[in-house]
Design a protein around this ligand. Sequence first.
Ligand SMILES: *Cc1c(COP(=O)(O)O)cnc(C)c1O
Length: 342
Amino acid sequence: MNPYIDLRSDTVTKPTPAMLEAMFQAQVGDDVYSEDPTVNELQAYGAHLFGMEAGLFCPSGTMTNQIAIKLHTQPLSEVICERNSHIYVYEGGGIAFNSAASVQLLDGVRGKISPEQVAAAINPDNIHFPVTSLVSLENTCNKGGGSYYTLPEIAAISEVCQKHHLPLHLDGARVFNALVASGEEAREYGRYFDTISVCLSKGLGAPVGSLLLGPKPLIEQAKRVRKVLGGGWRQAGFLAAAGLYALQNHVTRLQEDHDHATLLGNALAQAPYVASVMPVETNIVIFTLAPEVTTDAFLGYLAQKGIQGTSFGPQMIRFVTHLDLSPDMVTAIIQAIEGYQA
Ligand SMILES: *Cc1c(COP(=O)(O)O)cnc(C)c1O
């Protein structure tokens, strides 16, 4: 009856026919021997895009983040990041498990931290404190409702890091959403970050995979860590072909996802049973229901209409727009939002 509309995440997309065709046509080889031409091409292409030297294709963004953290830290050292960061909240405690490092959490504004906060969070040289060894930013900020840092904001944080000889990592799971929204160039990012993680499996629409980008010697080391985590893969070129296709064809269209998110945000803001909607800046819409409506009740109503969202905290729901969401589906969602009786 109703088309199934999945707003839970932008990870749910399926390869388009053209992407599948690119996967079928891929030249492959054993990537543990660095002999997969398509993986090599994807890594070089991604690195060049961001003004970085080298890249490493990995199965997930969790792995690219965790490898970067492992390389930048030592046991007894500390990572500075925002309280709601994916690296802290959603990676299973991996910073402690993989790197035996501690975390200094900062309270950001919709996921974003300031250079002043970073400067104040760097520990003095005193054996009571862990050694501050890394600063990590997330762009866009998932729990910030898809908010994003601009290049000048990043530059100011990078300046603090350079002054204190601290590496700066980017969890850029949705960095292309930030770039499309700001109109900035990916290439500029290479000047400010020591390592960058980019997801190909989110809004870009590839089925699997993330890239870790950085200087060549560090990426050589990253390949060792990926291997020990069980991520040394063989003929991964079929997946790399999807990632390459996504980078070459699915970046500018992210604007459509942002436009769809804005339409959904506006419809929700008008709804009497919605208490508030976080500002919609990219492809994420986070809203809070009025006290008289439970998330279960509203999500249950949407499910009857063939629409799925995610419960995202007390009274909160998250919608994420993506490649597999058509304008007709957006119209159907807006009708469902307008038709709900609390
Ligand atoms: C999705 C995501 C990741 C990586 O997740 P995987 O599912 O491991 O690929 C990292 N950071 C953020 C902010 C994300 O949204």
